[in-house]
Design a protein around this ligand. Sequence first.
Ligand SMILES: Nc1ncnc2c1ncn2[C@@H]1O[C@H](COP(=O)(O)OP(=O)(O)OP(=O)(O)O)[C@@H](O)[C@H]1O
Length: 197
Amino acid sequence: MSKLFIVMGKSASGKDTIYKRILECNLGLKTVVTYTTRPIREGEQEGREYFFRTKEQLDLLEQSGKVIESSCYYTIDGPWYYFTADDGQINLATGDYLMITTVERYQKMRSYYGEEHVFPIYIEVEDGLRLERALQREREQKQPNYEELCRRFLADCKDFSEENLKAAMIEKRYQNIQMDICLKEIIDDIQRERSML
Ligand SMILES: Nc1ncnc2c1ncn2[C@@H]1O[C@H](COP(=O)(O)OP(=O)(O)OP(=O)(O)O)[C@@H](O)[C@H]1O
């Protein structure tokens, strides 16, 4: 049975790093590029991290019924939309996929594709350590945006509340203290899930 493996976690929990490391394991998982209206960041590339679109382009896609799910974040720099489009990238008849998304969007994907096809990979890091990692990463940016870092850190408490995780039926947490240990646990679970009929 084909599956969508969905990586989730608070800001700076290590989602992106873990996602890349899973792909490096060459398990044959396909990737899905989602969309955003936020401005492109240093080092990002159109169609690699995201497809970067304007709000007007999102509206047009929505009008033509091409948006599977979307979410809006009210950032310091204005509203940023993140969405998945029905653009032919996901075909559960042809394989398994790896994606990164939020709990809210995970729930929408689960409703859209069916819970038996969607497997959560929820990454957790103790808040103090996570803030340290977030700050370190922000310092390395050309134009650090500490205000946005703080906004996201606080917003995470709400978005990833125990109540929301429970509602999304996310039970297992992968602790990202040491990357290699965390990664092994995830890979083992992906392989076990894929071996199930
Ligand atoms: N196990 C780890 N040990 C040390 N540093 C780590 C570990 N995992 C991730 N990091 C570092 O923490 C920072 C945040 O990781 P990453 O960018 O992957 O997080 P993210 O969850 O994708 O963040 P965001 O959602 O904010 O983009 C990065 O600088 C990364 O190198």
